[in-house]
Design a protein around this ligand. Sequence first.
Ligand SMILES: C[S@@+](CC[C@H](N)C(=O)[O-])C[C@H]1O[C@@H](n2cnc3c(N)ncnc32)[C@H](O)[C@@H]1O
Length: 185
Amino acid sequence: MHFTVEAQNRCRPWVPRSSIAIDATAGNGFDTLFLADCVGSQGRVYALDLQADAILRTANKVAQAGYSDRVQCIRADHASLADHVQVEHRGRISCAMFNLGYLPHSDKSVVTQAATTLRALDALEPILAPSAVISILAYVGHSAGLEESQAVDHWIQKRIESYLVDRLVDESNSISPILWVLRRR
Ligand SMILES: C[S@@+](CC[C@H](N)C(=O)[O-])C[C@H]1O[C@@H](n2cnc3c(N)ncnc32)[C@H](O)[C@@H]1O
Protein backbone atom coordinates (compact mmCIF):
# COMPACT_ATOMS: atom_id res chain seq x y z
CA MET A 1 0.00 0.00 0.00
CA HIS A 2 1.23 3.49 -0.81
CA PHE A 3 0.09 5.35 2.27
CA THR A 4 0.40 8.90 0.95
CA VAL A 5 -1.67 8.03 -2.11
CA GLU A 6 -4.18 6.18 0.07
CA ALA A 7 -4.53 9.25 2.30
CA GLN A 8 -5.30 11.41 -0.72
CA ASN A 9 -7.74 8.90 -2.20
CA ARG A 10 -9.65 8.68 1.06
CA CYS A 11 -9.79 12.45 1.53
CA ARG A 12 -10.74 13.33 -2.06
CA PRO A 13 -14.52 12.67 -1.81
CA TRP A 14 -14.78 15.04 1.17
CA VAL A 15 -12.90 18.01 -0.28
CA PRO A 16 -15.45 19.81 -2.44
CA ARG A 17 -14.74 22.65 -4.81
CA SER A 18 -14.57 26.07 -3.14
CA SER A 19 -13.86 24.53 0.25
CA ILE A 20 -11.02 25.36 2.63
CA ALA A 21 -8.31 22.82 3.44
CA ILE A 22 -5.17 22.61 5.55
CA ASP A 23 -1.92 20.80 4.85
CA ALA A 24 -0.45 20.75 8.36
CA THR A 25 2.93 19.37 7.23
CA ALA A 26 3.62 20.84 3.79
CA GLY A 27 7.06 19.25 3.29
CA ASN A 28 7.68 18.82 -0.41
CA GLY A 29 4.18 20.07 -1.20
CA PHE A 30 2.58 16.95 -2.63
CA ASP A 31 -0.46 17.05 -0.33
CA THR A 32 -0.73 20.82 -0.76
CA LEU A 33 -0.87 20.38 -4.52
CA PHE A 34 -3.46 17.63 -4.17
CA LEU A 35 -5.65 19.81 -1.92
CA ALA A 36 -5.27 22.83 -4.21
CA ASP A 37 -6.47 20.70 -7.09
CA CYS A 38 -9.51 19.53 -5.10
CA VAL A 39 -10.65 22.94 -3.81
CA GLY A 40 -10.37 24.62 -7.22
CA SER A 41 -9.89 28.28 -8.05
CA GLN A 42 -12.47 29.53 -5.52
CA GLY A 43 -11.10 27.47 -2.63
CA ARG A 44 -8.20 28.01 -0.28
CA VAL A 45 -5.41 25.83 1.08
CA TYR A 46 -3.34 26.75 4.11
CA ALA A 47 0.01 24.94 3.90
CA LEU A 48 2.12 25.02 7.06
CA ASP A 49 5.60 23.80 7.81
CA LEU A 50 8.24 24.64 10.39
CA GLN A 51 11.06 24.61 7.85
CA ALA A 52 11.81 27.44 5.46
CA ASP A 53 13.14 24.90 2.99
CA ALA A 54 9.85 23.01 2.95
CA ILE A 55 7.82 26.19 2.50
CA LEU A 56 10.05 27.19 -0.41
CA ARG A 57 9.70 23.80 -2.09
CA THR A 58 5.93 23.87 -1.60
CA ALA A 59 5.58 27.44 -2.86
CA ASN A 60 7.62 26.58 -5.97
CA LYS A 61 5.51 23.54 -6.68
CA VAL A 62 2.31 25.50 -6.21
CA ALA A 63 3.54 28.30 -8.49
CA GLN A 64 4.51 25.84 -11.22
CA ALA A 65 0.99 24.43 -11.13
CA GLY A 66 -0.48 27.93 -11.37
CA TYR A 67 -2.16 27.62 -7.96
CA SER A 68 -0.45 30.45 -6.07
CA ASP A 69 -3.65 32.44 -5.70
CA ARG A 70 -5.44 29.64 -3.85
CA VAL A 71 -2.61 28.48 -1.57
CA GLN A 72 -1.15 30.29 1.40
CA CYS A 73 2.26 28.91 2.40
CA ILE A 74 3.02 29.62 6.03
CA ARG A 75 6.21 28.94 7.91
CA ALA A 76 4.89 28.10 11.36
CA ASP A 77 4.37 25.38 13.90
CA HIS A 78 1.09 23.64 13.13
CA ALA A 79 0.21 23.92 16.82
CA SER A 80 -0.67 27.53 15.94
CA LEU A 81 -2.62 26.65 12.81
CA ALA A 82 -5.92 28.20 13.89
CA ASP A 83 -4.21 31.60 14.25
CA HIS A 84 -3.43 31.60 10.54
CA VAL A 85 -6.91 30.72 9.33
CA GLN A 86 -8.99 33.76 8.38
CA VAL A 87 -12.02 34.34 10.59
CA GLU A 88 -14.44 33.73 7.69
CA HIS A 89 -12.78 30.35 7.00
CA ARG A 90 -13.16 29.07 10.56
CA GLY A 91 -15.77 26.34 10.78
CA ARG A 92 -15.33 25.68 7.04
CA ILE A 93 -12.25 23.43 6.97
CA SER A 94 -13.26 20.44 4.84
CA CYS A 95 -9.98 18.58 5.16
CA ALA A 96 -6.75 18.62 7.13
CA MET A 97 -3.84 16.38 6.24
CA PHE A 98 -0.96 15.48 8.56
CA ASN A 99 1.98 13.55 7.15
CA LEU A 100 4.08 13.25 10.29
CA GLY A 101 7.79 12.62 10.72
CA TYR A 102 10.61 14.42 8.95
CA LEU A 103 11.14 15.82 5.49
CA PRO A 104 12.82 13.17 3.32
CA HIS A 105 16.34 14.10 2.13
CA SER A 106 16.45 17.00 4.56
CA ASP A 107 17.20 17.92 8.16
CA LYS A 108 16.07 14.86 10.15
CA SER A 109 16.33 16.79 13.39
CA VAL A 110 13.16 18.68 12.46
CA VAL A 111 10.57 16.06 13.13
CA THR A 112 6.98 16.27 14.28
CA GLN A 113 6.51 15.80 18.02
CA ALA A 114 3.66 14.25 19.97
CA ALA A 115 2.97 17.37 22.03
CA THR A 116 2.71 19.79 19.10
CA THR A 117 0.86 17.31 16.91
CA LEU A 118 -1.81 16.96 19.61
CA ARG A 119 -1.97 20.73 20.04
CA ALA A 120 -2.51 21.05 16.29
CA LEU A 121 -5.32 18.48 16.38
CA ASP A 122 -6.90 20.29 19.33
CA ALA A 123 -6.67 23.61 17.50
CA LEU A 124 -8.18 22.09 14.38
CA GLU A 125 -11.34 20.64 15.92
CA PRO A 126 -13.26 23.92 16.51
CA ILE A 127 -12.61 25.17 12.95
CA LEU A 128 -13.67 22.02 11.07
CA ALA A 129 -16.68 21.95 8.75
CA PRO A 130 -19.49 19.59 9.81
CA SER A 131 -18.47 16.73 7.48
CA ALA A 132 -14.74 17.31 7.57
CA VAL A 133 -12.09 14.68 7.09
CA ILE A 134 -8.70 14.48 8.79
CA SER A 135 -5.91 12.21 7.60
CA ILE A 136 -2.97 11.45 9.86
CA LEU A 137 -0.07 9.40 8.58
CA ALA A 138 2.40 8.37 11.27
CA TYR A 139 5.72 6.54 11.06
CA VAL A 140 6.70 4.31 13.95
CA GLY A 141 10.13 3.38 12.61
CA HIS A 142 12.03 6.43 13.83
CA SER A 143 12.76 7.57 17.37
CA ALA A 144 9.85 9.60 18.75
CA GLY A 145 7.60 8.22 16.00
CA LEU A 146 6.29 5.40 18.16
CA GLU A 147 5.49 7.73 21.06
CA GLU A 148 3.83 10.16 18.65
CA SER A 149 1.68 7.48 17.02
CA GLN A 150 0.57 6.21 20.45
CA ALA A 151 -0.33 9.76 21.48
CA VAL A 152 -2.37 10.23 18.29
CA ASP A 153 -4.09 6.89 18.85
CA HIS A 154 -4.99 7.94 22.38
CA TRP A 155 -6.29 11.34 21.13
CA ILE A 156 -8.51 9.56 18.63
CA GLN A 157 -9.80 6.99 21.15
CA LYS A 158 -10.94 9.80 23.43
CA ARG A 159 -13.04 11.19 20.55
CA ILE A 160 -14.34 7.97 19.09
CA GLU A 161 -17.95 9.20 19.44
CA SER A 162 -17.22 12.27 17.31
CA TYR A 163 -15.54 10.62 14.32
CA LEU A 164 -15.86 7.64 12.02
CA VAL A 165 -12.34 6.23 12.12
CA ASP A 166 -10.47 4.10 9.61
CA ARG A 167 -7.04 2.83 10.68
CA LEU A 168 -4.85 1.33 7.99
CA VAL A 169 -1.58 -0.55 8.40
CA ASP A 170 0.45 -2.98 6.33
CA GLU A 171 0.05 -6.15 8.40
CA SER A 172 3.12 -7.75 6.79
CA ASN A 173 5.36 -4.96 8.07
CA SER A 174 6.14 -4.83 11.81
CA ILE A 175 7.04 -1.14 11.55
CA SER A 176 4.30 -0.25 9.11
CA PRO A 177 3.23 3.40 8.88
CA ILE A 178 -0.22 3.98 10.35
CA LEU A 179 -2.84 5.93 8.44
CA TRP A 180 -5.89 7.21 10.29
CA VAL A 181 -8.73 8.76 8.34
CA LEU A 182 -11.28 10.50 10.54
CA ARG A 183 -14.67 11.67 9.31
CA ARG A 184 -16.68 13.93 11.53
CA ARG A 185 -19.96 12.25 12.43
C1 LIG B 1 6.79 13.77 6.16
S1 LIG B 1 7.10 15.47 5.91
C2 LIG B 1 5.65 16.01 5.06
C3 LIG B 1 5.58 15.59 3.60
C4 LIG B 1 4.56 16.37 2.81
N1 LIG B 1 3.21 16.12 3.25
C5 LIG B 1 4.68 16.15 1.31
O1 LIG B 1 3.64 15.92 0.65
O2 LIG B 1 5.78 16.25 0.78
C6 LIG B 1 6.84 16.16 7.52
C7 LIG B 1 7.00 17.67 7.58
O3 LIG B 1 6.56 18.13 8.85
C8 LIG B 1 7.29 19.30 9.15
N2 LIG B 1 7.14 19.61 10.57
C9 LIG B 1 7.75 19.04 11.63
N3 LIG B 1 7.27 19.56 12.78
C10 LIG B 1 6.34 20.48 12.43
C11 LIG B 1 5.51 21.36 13.17
N4 LIG B 1 5.52 21.38 14.51
N5 LIG B 1 4.68 22.19 12.49
C12 LIG B 1 4.66 22.17 11.12
N6 LIG B 1 5.42 21.36 10.37
C13 LIG B 1 6.25 20.52 11.02
C14 LIG B 1 8.70 18.95 8.72
O4 LIG B 1 9.45 20.12 8.53
C15 LIG B 1 8.44 18.16 7.43
O5 LIG B 1 8.55 18.99 6.31
